[in-house]
Design a protein around this ligand. Sequence first.
Ligand code: COA
Length: 466
Amino acid sequence: MLRRAGLVSKASLRNVPSNTTFRRFASTKTLKETLQDIIPAKQEQLKRLKAEHGQTVVGDVKVENIVGGMRGLKAMLWDASVLDPDEGIRFHGLTIPDCQASLPSAPGGKEMTAESMLWLLLTGQVPSEAQTRVLSRELAEKGDLPPFVRKLIDSLPKSLHPMTQLGIGVAALNHDSAFQAAYEKGMKKTEYWTHALDDCIDLVAKLPAIAARIYRNVYHPNNQLPAINKDLDLVGNYSAMLGYGGNHNLTEYLRLYIAIHGDHEGGNASAHTAHLVGSTLSDPYISYAAALYALAGPLHGLANQEVLRWQLAMQKEIGDNVTYDKIREYIWKTLKSGQVIPGYGHGVLRNPDPRFMALQQFCDAQPELNSSPIIQMVKKTSEVAPDVLKEHGKTKNPYPNVDATSGCVLYHYGLTEFKYYTVIFGVSRALGCVTQLVWARALGLPLERPKSYSIDALQKLAKKDL
Ligand SMILES: CC(C)(COP(=O)(O)OP(=O)(O)OC[C@H]1O[C@@H](n2cnc3c(N)ncnc32)[C@H](O)[C@@H]1OP(=O)(O)O)[C@@H](O)C(=O)NCCC(=O)NCCS
């Protein structure tokens, strides 16, 4: 009942930091109007922070940070989400269960929608159902692709990786970029964010049509793509265009997956790439296209396809009689061959990923998933792998991350083309990346330009220290 009314139980908010902006809006303001209200105070807050505390030291930079992929370096501004190494992600202070309890779902569904997550990320506020529906309609109305983008995607070879195709389709949308057009006309810096927002909303709206077209072209060339239904939410339309609109549980799974994958603070490779490229005042489309190619790497977004490949190989080798001992043996075999265990470990997290737990809970609640051999194997693997990885002694985090299970659920529901899985992640990650692109322009953040060191220079510095 609370959930239907868009309110949140106190119990579910017990752990929300007291400084979190978190209330239901009674108004029916649009997303842009809501942002217009919020932005001046944030601009003022940042101005004062710079003026009064610009010289405050936040941390040390060690040689190990510089040669270690900048791990642990606190050097980015990112408001929408924070990743705690132990408890995992919070979106503007809200945990995944908080979001599940408070963010509006689609009509007939229970899982939060992508647009309600987008609203939370952008504004720090929980939208009302009415606001979510208005945003859903706006996205549906903007969802159709320009004819030249359709033609472009249709001209790509089927053998080209779906992620490469996604990046091409997204980059091509910048043909109609409002931000770029306004920049060329000489817009004022204070206007950057509104044009960036227009592009960002348009990009989020069009991603499902690009992603579904790639899926159709590569795997089901004889299928007709349905027209976008103006009464459906973003993921409802995406699922329908993929050909799974009749599968309520898969559509709900996609809603959950896309919402909770939307943002994972700023330093992950895709988010950081969008932020870096956006800081050059490239428009949101090409900034996000760049991010998609970071997402396409096996240590980042491609891991979900790797997990499935690995779990299926395990299933093939072990056969039907799956025991913990056999799984343990298979994990050791993988490690001894010098490979990583996909779906385990994380650059920041040091505990099981709450996104993994949310997807597991979804599986536990669906009898058909509970009894699925591949899902059972994933679950058993997650019970065995941490001890093996601890004994192996290398990874700082022996626990499952979200990718340990995400692809296997899609596989169970018949979406078996695992080279495609990262594309779904790409539809999701836009939520966080566009949020940061809008805010970076609203706050007037400068061109990102860290200083680099050579090995010799670091060695000289280290000698001076002795
Ligand atoms: C996610 C990942 C890239 C993080 O990398 P990282 O921050 O460098 O991780 P760590 O600091 O724990 O790595 C320390 C060592 O443990 C190893 N390690 C990390 N995760 C491992 C895993 N899942 N299986 C085996 N070894 C692993 C690393 O390869 C590294 O070995 P090295 O010292 O020989 O180079 C890494 O854990 C990984 O490759 N996981 C598998 C892929 C995956 O699931 N990616 C999705 C992430 S959401």
